[in-house]
Ligand binder design. Sequence first.
Ligand code: ZN
Length: 178
Amino acid sequence: MLSAEQALERLKKGNLSYQQESSFRGRVDGTLRQELAEDQSPYAVVVSCSDSRVLPEAIFEAGLGELFTIRVAGNVICDHVLGSIQYAHEHLGCKLVVVLGHTHCGAVHAALEGGTYGYAHRLISPIQQLVDEFSDGCMIARAHACAGARQVEEAFRRTDLSVQAALYDIVSGAVSWL
Ligand SMILES: [Zn+2]
């Protein structure tokens, strides 16, 4: 199992390669699927938005069995997300969690514009708290990823889990580490 530092280096390297439009698809074959059926040891947890333009495995050039991804619109941290992180840490040995926000996020725009109701309103309410502080969608997405990372850090402060906030630019393909 990779340490948190090694895992972060691997993610950074993967994203640099992704920005250069490499054709990496990872190793996906019957032998690997069979091996992974016995055991998995993903090297990092990535919490990202469900947005169809944000694919953690592609962004970090990761193949089958390499990332434990948790996706929810607006990359909002809730108890279900924390429970998934706990599982990845305690049972799969992950030492690093990345909370990955992104530019042009629909959840952030919804928070800026207001007018949501029902389940969607509940989903974006943590982002709405940042709207008074920042007027720009990109700044809100950054602040929201940082707030999410702090929430995860707080929840797992007694463990050896490292948490990193990041922002993915959907146009350039670059991940900024916050
Ligand atoms: Zn989004």
